[in-house]
Ligand binder design. Structure first.
Ligand code: 5GP
Length: 178
């Protein structure tokens, strides 16, 4: 089924059942890996708001939550490689275990920027979890990327938090541009 978001057409790539199943699996992995600890889960807005909310509800160990907001696409369908830092997390992360939650890792620049920025604040550990990864688009490897929902091809996607011109974030599935 084809859908339209703003002036572009998209077709279903990953349906909501598949997303929910994978979210549960990742949450179980995180719950096991952090058993006995209380990590701070940092959602990277805007794109990860649904993923962060759904993941948190499936994690069954104590966690704290914080948000930061970064942008790099600015309404287009490819990375500008410029990162706009809109707001920072409002918690002290020194000595804490940090799990960054991203919607998608494309070139890897945003995640690299964030890991660099937070690492100087001396957290005990820092890893990242991304719902999607475009392995062929990676310009720099980010060793901290430990949890990945789905690897996808180098194509533009919307839905489940991801936007095109700020629309499409409310779609239950993930759709690729046709
Ligand atoms: P990177 O810095 O890794 O190139 O890009 C990361 C950010 O670019 C993501 O958090 C997301 O906001 C945006 N992005 C990358 N690929 C896509 C895509 O296919 N669709 C949408 N909507 N945003 C993307």
């Amino acid at each position: 089924m084809k859908i339209q978001v703003a002036d572009l057409h998209f077709k279903l790539l990953i349906d909501s059942d598949k997303i929910a199943k994978r979210v549960k699996e990742i949450a179980e992995q995180i719950s096991n890996d952090y058993c006995g600890r209380t990590p701070i889960v940092v959602g990277v807005l805007n794109g990860s708001f649904l993923f962060t909310a759904d993941l948190l509800r499936e994690i069954d160990i104590p966690v704290e939550v914080a948000f930061t907001k970064l942008a790099s696409y600015f309404g287009g369908t490819s990375s500008t490689r410029k990162i706009r830092d809109d707001f920072d997390i409002a918690v002290d992360i020194k000595g804490r275990d940090i799990i960054l939650i991203e919607d998608i890792v494309d070139t890897g620049n945003t995640l690299h920027y964030l890991v660099d920025k937070l690492s100087v604040r001396e957290p005990a550990s820092i890893v990242a979890c991304s719902l999607l990864l475009k392995p062929k688009a990676l310009e720099r490897t980010v060793d901290e990327l430990k949890y990945v929902g789905f690897e996808i091809r180098n194509e533009f996607v919307v839905g489940y938090g991801l936007d095109y011109k700020e629309q499409g974030r409310n779609l239950k599935g993930i759709y690729k541009k046709v």
